[in-house]
Structure formats: structure tokens, C-alpha cells
Design a protein around this ligand. Structure first.
Ligand SMILES: Cc1cc2nc3c(=O)[nH]c(=O)nc-3n(C[C@H](O)[C@H](O)[C@H](O)COP(=O)(O)OP(=O)(O)OC[C@H]3O[C@@H](n4cnc5c(N)ncnc54)[C@H](O)[C@@H]3O)c2cc1C
Length: 493
């Protein structure tokens, strides 16, 4: 095939799971020619897998105007769980002071429907098998032998990422100590209600909505073999705990997961980047994985879009690793702590009691719930107002167009300068092609999760991912620098 027959896209994403689909949406909203290569024949996910998303993830979906689609199908719980300690978060200053119980196969169905509305090309039923990058782009190798070229390739291809391995990116961390089976099966006998907790770990069988299928999670007595788990493995694991396998049959999905905890040493090598499980894996305690991946995508999307369209230099991509690597590193450590808290001996129970006692106090509760929910994230953008590097709250604004929420103004994933002082305070003409300016007023307190009330700024510069890049105290001071740092050099009038 000649070079002209090679399909080309500005960005190719390997993997159309939650991280890959979110990134595709972000790039498409920024008008980037993006394609996803997904090895499944369609978006349907066998098995229910993850059980929900946290508050900040709901917020980032709300920033794009699609949170309602997820809320309509899930169950809210006004609590965050750390290990086995449940903490109330109904007083958190967000429109979504809860986590949302919704299975991953529902999440992926909703996301797939959303990106189908956007200009995203999806190559289903094909696998990325490798790549070669040069100065101008990446040749992406596909399982069907068809040539594909991109200016940038992003590996959203899960924990066993081919992209990460082919890029030679190290994946340091901790080997597994615990192995679980998760499955959807039918049962002949009725299982006991609730969760059983013993020396091996946590076990439970719950009837799914169809009334016929059970979701089974059980901890194996020893580390399972690395290969694909079988119905026999599940039967053995259940008998070891319950003395019976309840007559399991007709499995629609059996999977094994462990507490292996690893993180990519680099999120970018040249024109190749990683996001989601490709960049970090850990035990699902605390339900962080999917949320972390979606937020990686939201951090990366607008940066990659600006580099692709030449607005900013490639160095902007370094801020992706600088901002997201520490967030996942912290989540990994807290996940390991939560995994340890699921132990069953008396000493661990004593630690659990101490943690629960601390979490009943206001400050520790807010700290832990802030961490689990993702609402406490602060990217290191230097010294300044407490809002700097933190998520912009979804305030109710009064504007010339009537009442609006801040998140309404972020639907199109463009940067926003919100002028809350006198109209006409700022002249951003040299960036007006990229940055939208809105004059607004806001009556009310500025309360941030975990931190509490902070002083009201006169203006804020908000990145497309909803994080604050500059806080104004009534003057221009620092604004041109912040605009140039994040959104490229000024254009001559
Ligand atoms: C039992 C269990 C419970 C969990 N519970 C939670 C929870 O409650 N909350 C939570 O946040 N997280 C949870 N997780 C973790 C969550 O499932 C993952 O973190 C999440 O799926 C990661 O999304 P991702 O898009 O990065 O990767 P994945 O979901 O793994 O998606 C990767 C995609 O890439 C495709 N792919 C792989 N290789 C290739 C290739 N070479 N070429 C093309 N396509 C490829 C795959 O088919 C897949 O669609 C749980 C996980 C498990 C196992």
C-alpha cells in the first residue's frame, strides 16, 4: 500500500475504555481529528466491572454538560468510604456531594453514546500491536496490518498496556499479595445476604437487577495463577469460604484482579503518552481507578489539542505528567493503606478502630473524603490564592445573558476568564481567539472542599479542565504571563 493510503489522524488513542473515550471526547470538543482503536468489536463491556464514580468525576462530566446522563442511571450515596470506614460528605461544597453507584458497563455505554454525537472515528475490532515514532509523527501498527499514522499516540489500553511496554516505559511498584475473583453467574442455591470478611479477605454474592444473575466477588486462598480464571477456580474459592459454591453455572463473565500496585515512571515519551490504567494500576479498594483515568484524560485533552493546533509548544505536555503523576501516586498509597485495612486480624481491627475514630472528627473526615472524592486536588501552580491550581467551584453567576452556572461556561472545553469585578477591567484582546471572557457577578461565599471559606477573587482564569490558572485581586498583575503560559503567546492586534 502506498503512503497516500495510510489513514492519518492528529491523535490516535489505543483503547476505548473510560479513559480513551473521555480523551476522545475532549479532543473532539477541541476540534482535533481524533481516532480510537479498540480491540472489542463494539463498546459493549462483558461484565459489570467498576461500581461507580466519585464526586470530582461527576463534576468533570458536569463541566461538559453530560453528568445528568450518568446520574439518571446511578444511585447516589452521600458518603465516601476509606477502607471500611464510611464518612458522610453531604456537607461538601459541591453540587454533587456524593459518589454515584453505576456499573462500568453502563458508564461505557453512556460514554459511547456521547462520543457517537461527536466527530470521533472509532476503529473497533482492531488491536494496536506496536508503533514507531519519528520527528513528525507515529506509525501505529494494527493487528489487521492496515497502516495508521498520527501526530500523537495515547495509550489508554489498560493495565497491560502494549503502548507502555513498546515505549519502554518502566512500571515500578509492588507485586500482588492478594488475588480476587469477580464473576457474574447464575446460582442454584440462595447465598447468604451481605459481605463476609475473613482472614483471606472479602467475599459477597449479590443479585443483579435482572433478578437471575449474581455478581460474585471472592478472595482466593492464595495468589491465583496469572492466566484466565475458570468456573472451577471460582467454585474452589467459594467452597473454601462458604463450604459450597451455591451451584454456580452459566457464567457470563469471570475475571481475576489483584492488589498489584504500579505506576508508569513517565507519562510521556516523545509523541507517545499514557492515561488511565495504562499509567497506574492498584487494588479497587476505594473505587479510584476509573475516576483517575477519566481525570487524566480531562487534564491531557486540552493540552494535547493546543499542541496539535500549534497554539502552544510541546512543553505544555510536560505539565500533564507533572500534574497527574503525583495525583495517582498519592491515590496508590492510600489504596494500599485501604487494602491493609481490609485485613482481619485483631491488630488490623485495632487500626481500623483508630481510623474510624479519627474519621468521626471533622478535619480528618474532610481530608479523607476530599481525597477519595478527588475534590481536594491541587496542581502545583506556585504560590498564591488558595484557588490557584484547584478546581473552580460551580458557582451560580449573574451575567448579561441571565443566570448561569460556571460549569455551563465550560461545556465547550475552552479557557475562560471570569471577570467578577467591574466590566471592562481586563483587556485580553491578544488571546481573544482562544480565551473567552465573561463578566459576571456572584453573591455568596467562596467555599472550597476541605479548606473552607476563602477570600473572594476579583477574577479567575479557568483552564478547560476546570482548574484555576490565575486568580486576580483587582489588577492585571500576572494575567498576561498566565495566559501565555497556558494558552500560548499573544497574537498581534
Ligand atoms: C472488580 C473491579 C472493580 C473495580 N471497581 C472500581 C470502582 O468502583 N471505581 C473505579 O473508579 N474503578 C474501579 N475499578 C477499576 C476500573 O475498572 C479501571 O480503573 C478502569 O477500567 C480503567 O479505565 P481505562 O480506560 O484506563 O482502562 P480499561 O477500562 O482497561 O480500558 C482499556 C481498553 O483498551 C482496550 N485495549 C486493550 N489493549 C488494546 C490494544 N492493544 N489495542 C486496542 N485496544 C486495546 C480494551 O479492550 C479496553 O476497552 C475496578 C476494577 C475491577 C477489576
Amino acid at each position: 500500500m502506498s503512503q497516500t493510503d495510510t489513514a492519518e489522524h492528529a491523535v490516535v488513542i489505543a483503547g476505548g475504555g473510560p479513559a480513551g473515550m473521555m480523551l476522545a471526547a475532549e479532543l473532539a470538543l477541541a476540534k482535533v481529528d481524533v481516532a480510537v482503536v479498540e480491540r472489542r468489536p463494539d463498546h459493549v463491556l462483558a461484565g459489570s466491572r467498576a461500581g461507580g464514580i466519585h464526586s470530582r468525576t461527576i463534576e468533570v462530566l458536569d463541566q461538559r454538560g453530560v453528568a445528568d446522563r450518568f446520574l439518571a442511571e446511578g444511585q447516589v450515596t452521600q458518603a465516601a468510604t476509606f477502607g471500611t470506614t464510611v464518612m458522610d460528605m453531604s456537607d461538601f461544597p459541591t453540587r454533587h456531594p456524593y459518589s454515584l453507584g453505576i456499573f462500568q458497563n453502563q458508564i461505557e455505554r453512556i460514554m459511547a453514546a456521547w462520543i457517537a454525537e461527536l466527530p470521533v472515528r472509532i476503529y473497533y475490532g482492531r488491536e494496536v500491536t506496536g508503533f514507531a515514532q519519528d520527528d513528525t509523527g507515529v506509525d501505529v501498527r494494527l493487528s489487521d496490518g492496515e497502516p495508521l499514522r498520527a501526530r500523537y499516540l495515547v495509550g489508554c489500553d489498560g493495565g497491560r498496556s502494549v503502548i507502555r511496554k513498546a515505549a519502554g516505559i518502566e512500571f515500578p511498584g509492588w507485586d500482588p499479595t492478594r488475588s480476587n475473583l469477580i464473576a457474574e453467574v447464575e446460582l442454584t442455591d440462595e447465598p447468604p445476604a451481605g459481605v463476609r470478611h475473613d482472614a483471606a479477605g472479602v467475599h459477597g454474592l449479590h443479585r443483579l437487577q435482572n433478578g437471575k444473575t449474581f455478581r460474585v466477588v471472592t478472595t482466593e486462598q492464595q495468589l491465583g495463577p496469572g492466566g484466565e480464571p475458570t468456573l472451577h477456580d471460582l467454585s474452589e474459592a467459594l467452597i473454601a469460604v462458604y463450604g459450597t459454591d451455591f451451584g454456580i453455572h452459566n457464567p457470563t463473565w469471570i475475571s481475576r484482579f489483584t492488589d498489584m500496585t504500579r505506576q508508569a515512571a513517565a507519562y510521556r515519551v516523545g509523541r507517545v503518552l499514557l492515561a488511565g490504567d495504562a499509567a497506574h494500576v492498584h487494588y479497587p479498594a476505594g473505587g479510584q481507578g476509573l475516576s483517575l483515568g477519566v481525570q487524566d484524560a480531562v487534564n491531557l485533552g486540552w493540552k494535547l489539542a493546543q499542541v496539535v493546533d500549534g497554539t502552544t509548544t510541546e512543553s505544555l505536555l510536560d505539565t500533564y505528567h507533572a500534574e497527574r503523576h503525583p495525583v495517582a501516586a498519592r491515590a496508590l498509597r492510600y489504596t494500599m493503606a485501604q487494602t491493609a485495612l481490609q485485613g482481619h486480624d485483631e491488630r488490623i481491627k485495632a487500626v481500623v478502630d483508630v481510623v474510624s475514630e479519627l474519621a468521626s472528627m471533622d478535619e480528618p473526615r474532610k481530608r479523607l473524603a476530599g481525597l477519595i472524592s478527588g475534590l481536594d486536588i491541587q496542581y502545583d501552580l506556585g504560590e498564591g490564592h488558595p484557588l490557584l491550581g484547584r478546581r473552580m467551584p460551580d458557582l451560580d453567576l449573574n451575567t448579561a445573558d441571565g443566570p448561569l452556572r460556571v460549569f455551563d461556561l465550560l461545556h465547550d472545553a475552552r479557557p475562560l476568564l471570569l471577570d467578577l469585578g467591574q466590566p471592562g477591567d481586563f483587556d485580553i484582546a491578544p488571546w481573544a481567539d482562544r480565551v473567552r471572557m465573561v463578566d459576571a457577578t456572584y453573591q455568596g461565599e467562596w467555599e472550597l472542599p476541605v479548606l473552607g471559606v476563602v477570600s473572594a477573587p476579583a477574577a479567575v482564569l479557568i483552564r478547560p479542565d476546570g482548574y484555576v490558572a490565575w486568580v486576580g485581586g483587582g489588577t492585571h498583575h500576572g494575567l498576561p504571563d498566565a495566559l501565555a503560559t497556558w494558552f500560548g503567546p499573544p497574537v498581534a492586534a
